[in-house]
Design a protein around this ligand. Structure first.
Ligand SMILES: [Zn+2]
Ligand SMILES: [Zn+2]
Ligand SMILES: [Zn+2]
Length: 383
């Protein structure tokens, strides 16, 4: 038995990242295995369902991807934080928590809610769920000064340009399936499972849109339906304003969209010169490749061939109007990522910036996004 008590900050970051990567591989693999069985079932080829949680763990042990296999650690385990959530016993085994007593892992952060609300819904009813604003450490009330916009706003002139390309939607009258036109645009498969979980990150996801005949309940309409969780903008000593969820967020779930006023590149260049707050889509590193990446387990695995896209040519001005996404902190080990999505138009130069979970995120854990900065916790792009 070993006790790991003195880790340097660098070691802590290293182990946290190792655990994070292992968990992303496990979840990606489990979801892929379920999708393969769903597909086989659709074709009438499935005799019996298997346990994807066990199978994923077995595939990872074959490749020696389990952590802490060779030692039994007592006390804190490097890279594991209190409040981390696990749904499968095998996931605990994969990251080396199998020896831990269950009571030690059970922490309900919602049981310790303090007071300090500045608003119970800063979106003023514009989102599906209220977005609370919380600060119990200082007098800062800045987020109340901005207009809240739940969706990107296209100024007149730009709207016609962006929405000029309507594409042609599918003809499905019921929920879409793998043989529909929209599934083909996504490389021959629907991008989400029946629970709305994104199967893997892609250069762009084509959701069904206004020209499709399918209902709003179609499984290929996920991010366009808006928030699914109660989010909170909160003030902290370490990161200034940040965002957390009051609910558990499952890995691969949609969280929120980056909103503000959409500008062309030329308009953005003028504003940058004036020092305005802009969010530039090209700035986000392509973290979507991590979601659904199972090459640690199958080194020869090649994701379906997807056409690469031209770089987006717009920016979002968040100096006057913005939404909850603008308050997300930067991290080099993020737990959420930006996925480009098209649905209300098919102009690839102006995709929606949709944010999805890279991990299972417990309630009250801060959401963090990679803004393409070098240092950890250097603050938000828009603060
Ligand atoms: Zn369809
Ligand atoms: Zn559809
Ligand atoms: Zn469609």
């Amino acid at each position: 038995m070993v006790r790991v008590s003195t880790l340097s900050p660098q070691d802590q970051v290293y182990f946290r990242d190792l655990v994070r990567r292992t968990r992303i591989t496990y979840e990606s693999l489990r979801i892929l295995l379920i999708r393969e069985e769903d597909r086989a079932e659709g074709l009438g080829l499935l005799t019996r369902r298997s346990r994807a949680d066990l199978k994923a763990a077995a595939l990872m042990t074959d490749r020696e991807l389990w952590l802490n296999r060779d030692k039994r650690i007592i006390g804190p385990i490097p890279g594991i934080n209190i409040g981390d959530i696990y749904f499968f016993r095998m996931e605990l085994c994969v990251i080396g928590l199998h020896g831990q007593r269950a009571e030690e892992l059970k922490v309900n952060p919602l049981s310790v809610r303090p007071s300090g609300y500045l608003s119970l819904d800063m979106s003023m009813g514009k989102e599906n769920f209220p977005v609370s604003l919380f600060n119990d450490i200082d007098e800062d009330r800045d987020p109340l000064l901005f207009e809240y916009v739940a969706r990107p706003v296209y100024p007149p002139g730009l709207r016609e340009k962006v929405f000029g390309d309507w594409g042609c939607g599918c003809e499905c009258v019921t929920n879409c399936t793998v043989d529909c036109r929209c599934a083909k645009m996504n490389g021959g498969d629907l991008p989400y499972d029946k629970n709305g979980i994104l199967a893997r990150g892609k250069p762009v996801v084509y959701e069904c849109g206004s020209t499709c005949k399918c209902p709003l309940s179609c499984p290929n309409r996920v991010s366009q339906r808006g928030l699914k969780n109660r989010l909170e903008v909160f003030r902290s000593q370490e990161t200034g304003w940040g965002v957390r969820s009051l609910d558990l967020i499952r890995a691969g779930s949609f969280i929120c969209e980056f909103s503000g006023i959409v500008l062309t590149k030329q308009q953005a260049d003028v504003l940058t010169a004036n020092g305005e707050c802009l969010v530039c889509p090209n700035r986000f590193p392509g973290r979507w490749v991590e979601w659904g990446d199972i090459t640690d387990v199958f080194p020869d695995y090649r994701p379906p061939n997807l056409p690469s896209l031209p770089e987006p040519s717009f920016s979002i001005d968040v100096s006057r109007a913005r939404n909850v996404a603008c308050y997300m902190s930067h991290s080099c080990s993020p737990n959420v990522f930006v996925q480009f999505v098209l649905y209300d138009h098919y102009n690839v130069a102006y995709p929606h910036l949709m944010i999805f979970a890279l991990e299972n995120i417990p309630p009250l854990r801060e959401l963090s996004l990679d803004y393409g900065m070098v240092d950890e916790w250097v603050g938000k792009l828009t603060m």
